[in-house]
Design a binder for this molecule. Structure first.
Ligand code: PEP
Length: 245
């Protein structure tokens, strides 16, 4: 039986004071009622320590990492450094990294491998653009993004790994995939993972809110959500966590 997981991607929002306040509100909300879902909070890099110190029952994640273990890579952050700061998870291949920073599927796969070799759980983001969906290429695009990781031939590749299906056209746009659209892709992803498919948590991401979470989570292959905008409002995010329970 897969556990449900809800992850907050705070992106590049807020200040130290905002992070502290939001975390305090999340902690009191999560503590005030039982929450059986795993909750992961991914703050901006500078606030990893602030969040780690008061994380409560959630777990810490980062939004990105270097594919390199260490060295002269100005501005980069390694997997070991993230672990050292208390992170358990790291997002890899978010569509904003792929589209705005030119991360190829090969680079994303190298980051996935770097995370795993340091003992971090990678949250691999995959998903199609609107154009790719409208031209009927969704499954092909997603399969190629997953294949780039499979091609590395990592031992126990999908053990301790999470996949987030995030259609690019649904991220930060207010447009959500219908539960049926999401379920179709989630089921396909599970098939792509072969015998590991049943074990891997597959999250949906793309304008998840308190109002649409329950119907998405009701689908058999949707194990939770990666939440951007709505994770910046404690009450809204807590309602999403409760919907996943
Ligand atoms: C995300 O950034 O991963 C995301 C899903 O954002 P939003 O929930 O705002 O669409």
């Amino acid at each position: 039986m897969r556990k449900t997981l809800v992850a907050a991607n705070w992106k590049m929002h807020g200040t130290k004071a905002f992070a502290e306040q939001l975390l305090a509100e999340l902690n009191s909300g999560l503590e005030s009622g039982s929450c059986s879902s795993q909750v992961v909070i991914c703050p901006p890099f500078p606030y990893l320590g602030v969040v780690a110190d008061k994380i409560g029952q959630a777990q810490l994640g980062a939004q990105n990492l270097s594919e390199q273990p260490s060295g002269a890579f100005t501005g980069e952050v390694s997997a070991e450094m993230l672990k050292d700061c208390g992170a358990h998870y790291v997002i890899v291949g978010h569509s904003e990294r792929r589209s705005l920073y030119g991360e190829s599927s090969q680079l994303v796969a190298a980051k996935f491998a770097a995370a795993k070799s340091a003992g971090l759980i990678p949250m691999l983001c995959v998903g199609e653009s609107l154009e790719q969906r409208e031209s009927g290429n969704t499954l092909e695009v997603v399969a190629k993004q997953i294949q780039a990781v499979v091609a590395l031939g990592l031992e126990d590749c999908w053990e301790s790994a999470v996949i987030a299906y995030e259609p690019v056209w649904a991220i930060g746009t207010g447009k959500t995939a219908t539960p049926e659209q999401a379920q179709e892709v989630h089921q396909f992803i599970r098939q792509q993972l072969g015998e590991d498919g049943d074990k891997v948590q597959i999250l949906y991401g793309g304008s998840v809110k308190a109002g649409n979470a329950a119907e998405l989570f009701a689908k058999p292959d949707i194990d939770g959500a990666l939440v951007g905008g709505a994770s910046l409002k404690a009450e809204e995010f807590i309602q999403i966590c409760r919907a996943a329970d």
